[in-house]
Design a protein around this ligand. Structure first.
Ligand SMILES: NC(=O)c1ccc[n+]([C@@H]2O[C@H](COP(=O)([O-])OP(=O)(O)OC[C@H]3O[C@@H](n4cnc5c(N)ncnc54)[C@H](O)[C@@H]3O)[C@@H](O)[C@H]2O)c1
Length: 257
């Protein structure tokens, strides 16, 4: 009898954006442990942390390529995709993980802050997906995963622009899935709950944040980068070959209320 669907990524090659820190770092290492070679794309200022991710990918027995990437700059994205293909000969997946946040009341945001959040969280995901997909179309296969958030489906005070961008990348998975499906490319999104990372250090240091938000999670704990890895790894694996246009929430039930 056959063993059933595979959850492994042996022989695959993928890009993880924002893989120098936090969730992206865990994704890069965990996807390497599942068998994939990883291209680590992050800002030049994060080079040292990116090299640390690469070291851990290599410890898992896979190849790692560290490349400077600014997801708001199309030339930079083009360079990363073409160097990845030049090095490995193909691109099986991209995880659009790079993201930022600026937390403020709706009444206080500036136009500059709007532009910054939209540029990284929304434009960045669109063009990373588009440029990666051009390579995947040639191959007639590929998988794209956008890291959204539970705030793609519910609101939260002081996170309006962020929530708008995350709803955008969840919906982007649907519209890309529609157009790229005929080329054998799946496009999905993952929506984590609160996870302690450099992005959320100030939140997790605030006892009021914990008091107010922990009770809203039916499973009774916050997320970890490893929890996010579980969902991403599944969506990239052969076991998820027929799953596309989906938002997979990893939120402990935060959004069921
Ligand atoms: N931490 C959470 O609670 C949480 C919850 C839900 C979703 N997310 C999402 O998960 C993703 C990762 O978040 P994290 O918490 O690990 O954040 P993080 O700040 O720890 O890591 C984000 C990484 O993205 C990189 N980055 C930022 N701007 C970039 C750009 N222009 N080009 C390339 N790289 C860039 C950063 O240098 C950093 O290495 C983000 O999309 C975030 O919105 C996080």
């Amino acid at each position: 009898m056959s063993e059933g669907p595979s959850y492994r990524l042996d022989g695959q090659v993928g890009i993880v954006t924002g893989a120098a820190n936090g969730i992206g770092k865990e994704l890069a290492i965990g996807l390497a442990q599942a068998g994939a070679d990883i291209v680590i794309g992050d800002l030049p200022a994060q080079r040292e942390q990116a090299e640390d991710t690469a070291r851990q990918v290599r410890c898992a027995g896979r190849q790692a390529l560290v490349l400077d990437l600014d997801v708001t700059d199309l030339a930079s994205i083009e360079a990363v995709v073409s160097k990845a293909v030049a090095e490995f000969g193909k691109l099986d997946f991209i995880v659009n993980n790079a993201g930022i946040n600026i937390r403020k009341p709706v009444l206080d945001y500036t136009e500059e802050e709007w532009e910054k959040l939209i540029a990284v969280n929304l434009k960045g995901v669109f063009f990373c997906s588009q440029i990666a997909a051009r390579q995947m179309v040639k191959q007639r296969r590929g998988k794209i995963v956008n890291i959204a958030s539970q705030l793609a489906v519910v609101g939260m005070k002081d996170r309006s622009i962020y929530a708008i961008t995350k709803a955008g990348v969840a919906h982007m998975a649907k519209v890309f899935a529609l157009e790229l499906g005929p080329y054998g490319i799946t496009v999905n999104a993952v929506g984590p709950t609160f996870v302690s990372t450099p992005l959320t250090t100030s939140m997790f240091q605030d006892p009021r944040f914990i008091e107010e938000n922990l009770p809203k999670i039916p499973l009774g704990r916050f997320g970890t980068p490893r929890d996010v890895l579980g969902a991403v790894r599944f969506l990239l694996s052969p076991a998820a070959d027929l799953i596309t246009g989906h938002l997979l929430l990893v939120d402990g039930g935060y959004t069921v209320m």
